[in-house]
Design a protein around this ligand. Structure first.
Ligand SMILES: N[C@@H](CCC(=O)N[C@@H](CS)C(=O)NCC(=O)O)C(=O)O
Length: 225
């Protein structure tokens, strides 16, 4: 058995961040592509609680939840540290990572899936308010981690492609360069990094993925009594 295996899908932002971390650390791994529409016995066996990807298998032992996996990788392979050494800075990286995953992604998704109208305009405004908070965090820095890509960059790494794809599918523009110059510049720097570029899904693949998800979500909203 390969020492490190990753059960994931190539369009999932939660999975790609794990691939980025493994690549930054120089860890060899085998990707086991999961079909989320027909979950495999392997996924259900190794993540019976959430039944979600990613799951990292290290010497056959499973670790689930992308933030937990990132921390496990960082503690296991010490080169190219992902989290800062200082406890306060570490807690701040975790705080903003949670903010990005729990507030920003859902805010952007909401703005994308809603049909044109007052509610959509409100959702666009809220999403931009959330992005403005992230903009403040990156102002004056090359990366969220400072001079090099670290934990928070990997978590916020959904912005360059996934946000663009959601914008395209939802016919919206959230991250314009004038309003968010620092986040926009970070986005360009991040995506230009050879390790990041090596395993980032093409925009069309993500557009198809969100088209499917957003059509489904809209059909559920229409079906509501
Ligand atoms: N909090 C989890 C979220 C994982 C997650 O939402 N994974 C999605 C793919 S991006 C999934 O497996 N979805 C399948 C499902 O919800 O049934 C993490 O950070 O790993």
């Amino acid at each position: 058995m390969a020492e490190v295996k990753l059960i994931g899908t190539s369009q999932s932002l939660n999975c790609i961040r794990i691939e980025w971390a493994l690549k930054l650390k120089g860890v060899e791994y085998e990707l086991i592509e999961e079909d989320l529409l027909n979950k495999s016995p392997l996924l259900l066996r190794y993540n019976p609680v959430h039944k979600k990807v990613p799951v990292l298998l290290h010497h056959g032992k499973p670790i689930a939840e992308s933030h937990v996996i990132l921390e496990y990788i960082d503690e296991t392979w010490k080169n190219n540290p992902l989290l800062p050494e200082d406890p306060y800075e570490r807690s701040m990286a975790r705080f903003w990572a949670k903010f990005s995953d729990e507030k920003c992604i859902f805010g952007v998704y909401e703005a994308a899936w809603l049909e044109e109208g007052e509610e959509k305009q409100k959702a666009i405004q809220s999403a931009q308010e959330l992005l403005a908070i992230l903009e403040k965090q990156i102002e004056g820095k090359k990366y969220f981690g400072g001079e090099v890509i670290r934990f928070l960059d990997l978590v916020v790494g959904w912005i360059p492609r996934w946000l663009n794809a959601m914008e395209e599918v939802g016919s919206i523009k959230l991250l314009d360069a004038e309003r968010f110059p620092s986040l926009h510049e970070w986005s360009q720097n991040f995506i230009a990094n050879p390790v990041i570029k090596e395993c980032i899904p093409p925009q069309e693949k993500l557009v198809n993925y969100f088209n499917f998800g957003i059509s489904y979500r809209r059909s559920l909203a229409v079906a509501k009594p």
